[in-house]
Design a protein around this ligand. Structure first.
Ligand code: RP5
Length: 181
């Protein structure tokens, strides 16, 4: 099946973060392609990729970058497809990448997610939500994923409450064994 999502990263050193987006796309059964392309080292390739993306059938672009993180913005400047930016944490913790990605000039938006792995996973889910506007089966898969997440959180709630009540109970016993003053 032809790719609907283009996943780009500025360097192969971004791959450990980007893997979280790739896994999320796989889980949701979304066809994607992955490329390494740099806004600074291969700027002509970035521009050509963005310019041809819509014609090639891509519907959403995801771009991850760390140092001087301009990849998402550079792509967005050359296409009207939605572009989702993942800031990658490099030497100064990723805040620089977050600001470089999110602070786009008016008229050229980049939907920017959180720094790092959580953001990468959310980039894929956001791409899926955009695609699901025209794909009822994908919309159902997203709803099922939310249902599982809620069920897992409820289990965690029960487990933590049980654990804390046991601790409180054993703490109470300790107090009692000291005996009356
Ligand atoms: C950015 O510079 C890349 O997105 C990467 O996060 C960072 C470092 O790249 P390498 O020097 O590891 O290739 O363009």
């Amino acid at each position: 099946m032809p790719a609907l999502v283009g996943v780009l990263m500025g360097s192969d050193s971004d791959l450990p973060t980007v893997q979280h987006a790739i896994e999320a796309l796989r889980e949701l059964g979304i066809p994607y392609e992955v490329r390494v392309m740099s806004a600074h080292r291969t700027s002509n390739a970035v521009r050509a990729y963005a310019a041809q993306a819509e014609r090639r059938g891509l519907r959403v672009l995801i771009a991850a970058a760390g140092g001087a993180a301009h990849l998402a913005g550079a792509l967005a400047s050359a296409t009207t497809l939605p572009v989702i930016g993942i800031p990658v944490a490099t030497s100064v913790g990723g805040l620089d990448a977050l600001l470089s990605t999110v602070q786009m000039p008016k008229g050229i938006p980049v939907a920017t997610v959180a720094i790092g792995p959580s953001g990468a996973g959310n980039a894929a889910i956001l791409a899926a939500e955009i695609l699901a506007l025209g794909d009822g089966e994908l919309a159902l898969r997203l709803k099922e994923q939310r249902r599982k997440m809620a069920a897992s959180t409820k289990k965690k709630d029960a487990r933590v409450r049980l654990q804390l009540s046991k601790e409180a109970f054993s703490g109470g016993r300790k107090t009692r064994t000291r005996g009356p003053r």
